[in-house]
Design a protein around this ligand. Structure first.
Ligand code: FAD
Length: 308
């Protein structure tokens, strides 16, 4: 069985960038992913990726694929279900049975946003329902907006959106917030933010675009309609790293702790993008971390004198 210099897990911005840098360093590189593009495939509007003015996430993913093809990066269309340490190497076992052996691993499995699972959520996704305030805040200018959630991400979003929107409702199903007190105070200081507690979203409504949401009070059980045109769902993220549970140290949010060279607590395993503990989820940041991970993996392999 061929031993790769680096096995890259994930085909989002972090994994693609890692593959480009690894391949250009002449590392024997394999990228394992069921898709190329990652979360960018869910995006209709990317306006903050330098040099990319096409805007559609699909188009960005197409460019990713083209670049990987030109560089002849080997791609295995599968998902890694387990990584085992074998002496100085790593064995990646894929869902469909294929096994790959590598001298290093760059994990970039990304994350996914938790959903409310209410009617209208999927229908209006990207057309009034959003999951990233940093990405889509400009779309809320002079609009009525709701942010759902009670943690730091929800409060950071409300804090940002209050600068654009006419009004921001922050909706939380409990009376206590998980967000830091200082952030809660800052949001409460905006005179266009109203906090609604002990309420759950039951439905997102509209014709072509979002027009309102139905809220149920968990105290009175009364259902009422809130007129909003934009909704940001900030109820947490699932970090995708089941395949290396126990191998690397994670923080309280389940994100992989990395140093500034993207090294994890396990020698030879690097991590980049939204699975790491960097608090900003943006395509350019994942791509940057992917590049660092590949360069650091190259240095690691060079220092170990295991490069062919
Ligand atoms: C709706 C939406 C709009 C957004 N808008 C913007 C925007 O305008 N600007 C911006 O900069 N960012 C935007 N983002 C955020 C941006 O898409 C992410 O920050 C970025 O894609 C993260 O890149 P990543 O490579 O870290 O992870 P991801 O993009 O999540 O990619 C992870 C990859 O790993 C793969 N994977 C997962 N598990 C496994 C496994 N076990 N084995 C193999 N492969 C695996 C996945 O299939 C995927 O290919 C948006 C996100 C969403 C959802």
């Amino acid at each position: 069985m061929e031993t790769y210099d680096v096995i890259i897990i994930g085909g989002g911005p972090a994994g693609v960038s890692a593959a480009i840098y690894a391949k250009r360093k002449l590392l024997r590189t394999v990228l394992v992913s069921k898709d190329i593009g990652g979360q960018a495939l869910l995006t209709t509007n990317i306006e903050n990726y330098p040099g990319f003015v096409e805007k559609s996430g699909m188009k960005l993913a197409e460019f990713f694929e083209q670049q990987l093809k030109e560089l002849e990066v080997e791609i295995v269309e599968d998902a890694v279900k387990e990584i085992r340490i074998e002496g100085n190497s790593f064995r990646a076992i894929c869902e469909e049975g294929r096994e790959l052996v590598g001298k290093s691993v760059i994990a970039t499995g990304g994350s996914s946003h938790r959903k409310l699972n209410v009617p209208g959520e999927d229908e209006f996704f990207g057309r009034g329902v959003y999951v990233c305030a940093t990405c889509d805040a400009p779309l809320t200018k002079n609009k009525m907006v709701a942010v759902v959630g009670g943690g730091n991400a929800a409060f950071q979003s409300a804090d940002l959106l209050a600068r654009y929107a006419t009004k921001v409702y922050l909706i939380h199903r409990r009376s206590e917030f998980r967000a830091d007190g200082i952030l809660v105070s800052r949001v409460k200081g905006h005179n266009n933010v109203e906090i609604i507690t002990n309420a759950e979203v039951r439905e997102i409504r509209g014709k072509d675009r979002v027009e309102s949401l139905l809220l149920e009070s968990l105290e009175s059980r009364q259902v009422f309609e809130l007129p909003v045109q934009r909704i940001f769902i900030e109820i947490g993220r699932e970090i995708r790293l089941d395949y290396m549970k126990g191998l690397v140290i994670t923080n309280e949010h389940g994100q992989v702790i990395v140093d500034r060279l993207q090294r994890t607590s396990c020698e030879g395993i690097f991590a980049a993008g939204e699975i790491t503990d960097l608090p900003y989820g943006q395509a350019i940041i994942s791509a940057g971390q992917g590049a660092v991970a590949a360069l650091a993996a190259f240095d690691y392999l060079s220092e170990k004198r295991v490069l062919g």
